[in-house]
Ligand binder design. Sequence first.
Ligand code: SF4
Length: 412
Amino acid sequence: MACVKGAGLVSEVFEDAAEVDDRLSGMSAIGHVRYGTSGGGGVENIQPFMFRLSSGPFAIAHNGNIVNADVLKDQLCREGAIFGSSSDTEVIAHLIHRSGRGSRHGMLDALSYAMNRLDGAVSLLVLVPGAIYACRDRYGFRPLSYGRYEDGYVFASETCALEALGIYDIHDVEPGEIVSVDKDGIHSFRFTENSLSKMCAMEYIYFARTDSTIEGTCVHTFRKNSGRILYEESPADADMVIAVPDSGLSAAIGYAEAGGLPVEMGLVKNRYVGRTFIQPSQEMRESGVRMKLSPLKSVIRGKRLVLIDDSIVRGTTSLKIVRMLREAGAAEIHVRISSPMITSPCFYGVDISSTKELLCVGKTVDEACKAIEADSLAFISEEGLLRAGSRSDLCMACFNKKYPTNLYDNKI
Ligand code: SF4
């Protein structure tokens, strides 16, 4: 089993295609792009992780955050385990090892054992010689989909990755399910009957690409519906609707359609700069906003704008954008947000790490409006958000503190 990984963009790490082809020949592979929320950003935390048992090697790629990782780590260390990284993912490998069934044939039992002890968000791929296992925690916080491709199968966090390969018959790994693929084909198992559907609302609101489908709901449709409902709940007297690209675009279309307003391109995105939300420091985030977005003066000068964005986390981006639009000549700026107020951290793999960093904590909507210097501000209601997806079963803990799991030693 061979592994190529490194820090940087995928295109940088896999720069030399010939070398990668040479080193990564074979019938099956797993890959991972890290969005670090637990364990820090050190190179030792880059996935996939590879391990070697007496029965053979295996590799793991994990999306999500394990809430009881520290509790399990303490327990495993007391029993003699040694950890080579600070990532919560290594706990999974130790549990697989501890199960005493880490062989190729026993991996299913080993994974069931591990998944039944882990709490939190775990969408997982495990590679062993001759087989791949895919599983989702019993709440299904993070998506994981798959489809048939030529003589095999492809798994991915987002369906847009599968559609890019021409795969349109797409299935979800269900909460509490393990799907395995080997030379005999594809098989499904359940590691628990005690499963719930608690997909992360932020996957629909912000994370997923607009052309993805999550658990049967198209992300664009969800966002557009949320824009429509946002208009019904909080109409604004304005000349046009503009969006913070890209994740605000679909909601802006929905808002504009519902209000009979034109939707315009008031902000242009520089496609060569990454998302500000995941820049590691406040300073980098602040300079990132200006590099990432430019106002289109000819469109917005003298106009009363409705500005649609997907969320307000720290408020840094919103304040910068409102100031930028005013400098560019906007007459009024009415901000409408297609998520409820974020007032609590996430423990399931989204970088909303500290309550004190969140703009909306301890503030009324009017106070938040003043803080971002807008003329008016409104957020979609929780009920409206559920209606947007025709769902009754999303995780919305960062809006309402109703965490679906025990939080163990994690503090709000
Ligand atoms: S707390 Fe918020 S960001 Fe975290 S999983 Fe739940 S909805 Fe998603």
